[in-house]
Design a protein. Structure first.
Length: 441
């Protein structure tokens, strides 16, 4: 029997997310597109054919946990390596240990958290060891590996995209935490299903956030012996999001984004800012809001103010860089700008009308005159014959036909006179007049 010392930590003092870290694939929540029966990653793990790979996904979806499960399942030495605290010196030391293990017939699984934080030289240091099989590298990143991981290293790794956990996944995880002895299984916790769903919605697909919130709620709830009763008041105080409890079926989520969109369309900045605040203070993902603003900038403002799209894209980047709550003012700037900007839905109408024709006439041939002719055969078939290069003319215009014969004369884009689109309309009217005058010339 091992005697516990005064300085040893009580296991229950460890964060709930750590205590409940899954040990097997059966305990792992979510990612069924990768780990469901018959899916590729599951097969690689079960058949012990794991290769170097990159896990790309948002925080709290199980990237580190999955790497640990793989190491245990494949009986590999597991080394957890952080890109935040390690440099080339530490990489070389770990690689030397892995090489010695390889010579002894032991495999090393090296997990590199936040691999995108390594610079090119640091990432290159892994290459020779990955190539000769000294290590199985599993990198984790929240950033697009196409941009953040060196091409040479990326080409030697298979990329698996992990998704944010669904509300259902998180609710199931929370219920397991209430029953598992490693969690609150030794206590009698009274908490409603609506409260668990509210915690799941608040967590935005992040298991670590969900478990941390549940732990905070349970530890702050009143108790009598082992009986713990979680009230709505306790939940609201712990998450500081009173509106969390409104949204059981998801309808209010869509009601709020609709209210924001229509307030901006109606040029009402006060209403728009109110609905923006309602969304963000309810725990809505600011990047979701920013993406909707980018769409609005083209759908409802368009060429009436082309700068709207630039500003909304910048607001998305700012929100990505600094996050909540600082990004609220960036999103407010974009919302007010869109609200007072001149409105035009001409681009939206142009595409929707063109889409209907495109779907009905998918086989319409591209006119020969505007086809590319990179080969002799194509030239013999008259590809590109008669093509007119607009820059060769003084007006930078030609009377060349670009639509299929069946759509000749069809117009999709009809500019309004709102804002800067009025200038676009004047320019387009002049272009049409010139082409009409020179038709058949």
């Amino acid at each position: 029997m091992t005697q516990q010392t005064f300085f040893q930590q009580n296991p229950m003092d460890t964060p709930l997310a750590t205590r409940l870290r899954p040990q097997t694939l059966a305990e792992f929540s979510g990612q069924q597109h990768l780990l469901g029966e018959g899916k590729l990653l599951r097969q690689l793990i079960e058949e012990d054919r794991v290769q170097s790979m990159i896990f790309w996904g948002p925080p709290g979806v199980g990237k580190t946990t999955l790497a640990r499960i793989i190491a245990g399942r494949t009986q590999s030495n597991f080394i957890n390596f952080s890109a935040v605290t390690s440099g080339i010196k530490e990489i070389k030391e770990v690689m030397a240990d892995a090489e010695r293990s390889r010579l002894l017939g032991e495999r090393t699984l090296l997990f590199v958290d936040e691999i995108h934080r390594f610079n090119k030289a640091q990432q290159d240091a892994f290459l020779p060891f990955v190539e000769r099989g000294s290590i199985v590298l599993i990198g984790a990143t929240t950033e697009n590996p196409s941009f953040e991981v060196n091409a040479a290293l990326l080409s030697r790794c298979r990329v698996f995209v992990l998704q944010a956990l669904s509300t259902g996944d998180l609710v199931a995880l929370l219920r397991r935490a209430l029953k598992d002895p490693r969690g609150f299984g030794e206590e009698d916790v009274a908490i409603t299903g609506d409260m668990l769903e509210a915690i799941a919605n608040f967590s935005n697909g992040d298991a670590r956030t969900a478990l941390g919130t549940l732990e905070m709620v349970v530890l702050n709830a009143p108790r009598e012996g082992k009986k713990v009763t979680v009230t709505e008041e306790i939940l609201e105080q712990c998450v500081n999001r009173r509106s969390l409890l409104y949204d059981k079926n998801g309808e209010e989520h869509y009601n709020l984004i609709s209210a924001l969109h229509k307030s901006m369309r109606n040029s009402d900045p006060d209403a728009a800012v109110y609905w923006l605040a309602r969304m963000l203070e309810s725990g809505e993902d600011p990047l979701y809001v920013a993406r909707r603003l980018i769409r609005f900038a083209s759908e409802d403002v368009g060429l009436a103010d082309p700068r709207a799209l630039e500003l909304c894209t910048a607001a998305y980047q700012a929100s990505h860089f600094i996050g909540m709550p600082e990004c609220t003012v960036n999103l407010t700037q974009a919302v007010v700008y869109l609200s007072v900007a001149p409105k035009s839905n001409a681009l939206y109408k142009a595409y929707e009308t063109a889409k209907k024709d495109a779907m009905k006439m998918l086989a319409e041939p591209v006119p020969l005159v505007i086809r590319n002719a990179p080969t002799r055969l194509m030239k013999d078939l008259h590809y590109g014959e008669g093509y007119q290069y607009a820059h060769d003319s003084e007006e930078k215009l030609t009377n060349m036909q670009c639509l299929p014969d069946s759509l000749l004369g069809r117009e999709y884009y009809t500019p309004t006179t709102q804002g800067l689109e009025g200038r676009v309309k004047e320019r387009l009217d002049k272009i049409k007049a010139w082409k009409e005058k020179h038709h058949g010339a």
